[in-house]
Write a protein of this length. Sequence first.
Lengths: 349, 240
Amino acid sequence: MSATTRSEGSMFSAYRFIPHGSLHALAGLAVVAAVLAFTVKDKFFLHVLIMMLLYASISSAWNIVGGFAGQLSLGHAAFFGIGAYTSTLLFIDLGISPWFGMVIGGALATLVSGAIGYPSFRLRGPFFTLVTIAFAEVVRLLTLYAQGLTRGSIGISVPFRPAVGNFIFRQHSAYACVALAFLVLTVLVGLWIQNSRLGYYLAAIREDEDAAQALGIDAARYKLVAVLISAFLTALGGTFYAQYIFYIEPFQTFSLDFSVLLAMMAIIGGLGTVWGPVAGAFLVTPLQEALQAKLGGELQGLHLVVYGTVLIVVVILLPQGIVPSLAAWGKRMFGQREARPAASPKGGA
Amino acid sequence: MILQAENLSKSFGGLAALKGVSFGIEEGEILGLIGPNGAGKTTLFNVLSGFFRSDQGRVVFAGETVSDLKAPQRCRIGLVRTFQVVKPFGGLTVLQNVMVGSFLRTADPGLARERALEAMELVGLSGRRDTAAKSLTISDRKRLEVARALATRPRLLHLDEVMAGLNPTELVQMLDLLKQIRGRGVTLLVIEHIMAAIMTVSERLLVLHHGEKIAEGTPKDVAGDKRVVDAYLGEEYLLA
C-alpha cells in the first residue's frame, strides 16, 4: 500500500475511551477481592475465591476469540496446557523461575496459536470449532507420547519449595493476590480491545464478515491478532494453575471439558462483553466447587446433575447471558436518564 | 478515467453472468448501471469490488491493475461498495457501525468517532446515533450502508440499489445525498431499478442484458435506444 493510506492517530490512545464506569467497577472488584483474600481464613472458601478469579481471567482470555471475534474455539485447553507444561518443565528440569517460564509459555502458546489459527480461520462456524477440538486433542496426544520430556500420563508434581521467586507460596492469600492481578490484567486488556479499533473490527467480523471485508477489514488478520492475545493470556493461567495445584497431567490439563467450561462461563455471563466471563465464572465456579465438595461423595455424578440443571435454567431464563440481561433490565428500570451520563465520558473526544 | 473494466467475463458453472464487458468511469461522474433482473449488474459489482475474481479481463483503478487485489485491499485504495441486501452490524449501534468504516483511515477512536459523526450527519442519521442497527427502518439501513462506506473515504463508491424500497420523500433525499457525495469529489457507480431516479441523477448510463453491455451513453440516448427499450424499458417508457 502507498504511504498515503497509512493510518493517522495512535491505536494506543484507545485507553482514553474506556468508560470510567468500567474502571470504577474493576477497582471496586479488586478491593473487595483483596479484602476477602486477607480476611477469609477458611481454606475452602479461599480456594473457591482463587478459582473464581482464575477462571474469570481465563474465560475472559477465551472471550477475546470466542466472544469479541465470535469464533467459537473449543481448543483453548491446549494453550492452557502449553502454559502449564512449559513453565513447570523449565522450573523442574532447568531451575528457571516460573515467573519467567510463564512468559515463555505464553510466547510458545502464542506461536502455536498463530500456526493453528492461520489455516483454520479460513473455516467458518462449526468447522472452525471442530478444528479447534481436534487441535487440542493432538496437543494432548503429543504430550502423552513425548514421555521423555513430559513424563507422559503420569503427570508432573511441582515440588513444594515456597519462595516468591519460585511462584510458590505458603499463604493462600498470596495466590489470591496473584490471581486477582491476573484478572485485573485480562479485564483491562478486554476493555482496551473493546474500545480500540481491534475491538470494533472483531465485532464487525462477528456480525457480518462480508460487510467487514467490504469496509477494508482483513478478517483473517484480525482474527489472528485476537487468537494471539487470547492464547498468551490463557497460557499465563496455565502456569498459575500448575503453581497452585502442584500437579498437572495430560488428561485433565488438555481436556475438552475444560475448553467447554471456559466457553460456557462466557456464554452464561454474556458472550462478547468484557464483564460476561467474569460474571459467568463467579456464578459457575462456586457452584461447581460447592457441589463437588458437598455432593461429590454422596452419589456418583449427582453433583453434575445438579450443576447441569442449574446451567440449563440460567440459559433458559437469560438467553443473552447475565450481563446483557442485567444491562437491559437496568435500562428499563432507570430509563434514558441513567443511560446518558454513562455514555458521556466517551463524549469528551 | 478513474476505473477501466476491460473485457470482464464471469461464469457460474454453465451460466455466463458477464460476457466481455468493457467500460470506463470518469473521475467525478455518476454512472448509472441498469438492466433487467439477472443481467449481471451485481456480479459486475462483485468483480469490481474484489468479491469475485473474473474469469477473464482486468480491472484498472486509478492507473493500477487491481484484478489480483481482494476486497479489503481494494477498499483501502478507495474502491468501495455497498450491498443490495444491506448488511448492518446488527448488534452494534449506528455510530459504532459507521466507526468501523472510519477506522480504515485512523486507529484513533476519537478521530474515527468524529469522522463517523460527519458521515452520519451527511446521510441524515445523526438522530439515530445510539440506536441498534438491527432496529432501524429499511430506509435508515440504506443510509447506514452509505454512511459506513463513506466513512472509509472512498474515491469510487459502488452503490447497489440504495433507492429500492424507499418512499417518494426518502427517494428525493437519497438523490440529493448522491449529488452531495459527488460534490465531495467521490465518483459514483450506481445500480438502480427506479428509472426516474437514475435518469435524473446520472450523467451516463450503462445497460447490461444477459451479461452483455448493450448500450452506454447519456440517459437520453440510452432511453431512445431500441435494444434497451426491447430488453428493459418496454414500449410504455417511450410513450410516458
